[in-house]
Design a protein around this ligand. Structure first.
Ligand SMILES: Nc1ncnc2c1ncn2[C@@H]1O[C@H](COP(=O)(O)OP(=O)(O)OP(=O)(O)O)[C@@H](O)[C@H]1O
Ligand SMILES: [Mg+2]
Length: 150
């Protein structure tokens, strides 16, 4: 199942992510793909807000994983630095935890990703417009998508 929406500002991207966050359950896995500046971190900020996380979310260059706590735990991965590496920081355990995981540049750790996940692809259409595509892989994520857009 694939679902695509178009948004026209960073605020709209965040608002959509907040709506998604409200449907999330412990252990959910979200992957984020899209070029430099597509809006992956902006989307993640919305997720964090939707999970009731008060801390500011950002993506420091040398940090692969930041962990936050709200209504649910959130693991925010940015694996950009792992493009040419097969370093395993303990992905299996991290993805198996009760935290919601969101992975920026997920294609760079393809071999460590759980097979079932919600794949989110953000594409830049213009300065402020983006298309956000959700692709559900697995039963849990089909259900999630259906809840999101009844
Ligand atoms: N509709 C939109 N959704 C998201 N970001 C937008 C939108 N319109 C403009 N922007 C701007 O695009 C930039 C997106 O930056 P962001 O850090 O979220 O991207 P990213 O995909 O995480 O980049 P990186 O590849 O560096 O990790 C921000 O400056 C944001 O304000
Ligand atoms: Mg980013």
């Amino acid at each position: 199942m694939t679902y695509t929406i178009e948004v026209n500002s960073p605020e709209e991207t965040e608002a959509f992510a907040i709506k998604l966050a409200e449907k999330l359950e412990p252990g959910d896995i979200l992957t984020l793909e899209g070029g430099l500046g597509a809006g992956k971190t902006t989307f993640t900020k919305g997720l964090a807000k939707g999970l009731g996380i008060k801390k500011m979310v950002n993506s420091p260059t040398f940090t692969i994983l930041k962990q936050y706590s709200g209504n649910l735990e959130l693991n925010h991965f940015d694996v950009y630095r792992l493009e040419h590496s097969d370093e395993d920081i303990g992905f299996d355990e991290l993805f198996a935890s009760e935290a919601v995981s969101v992975v920026e540049w997920a294609q760079f750790i393809e071999e460590y990703l759980p097979s079932e996940r919600l794949e989110i692809t953000i594409e830049r259409l213009s300065e402020e417009s983006r298309s956000i595509r959700l692709q559900a892989v697995g039963h849990r994520y089909e259900t999630l998508c259906k809840e999101l857009m009844p």
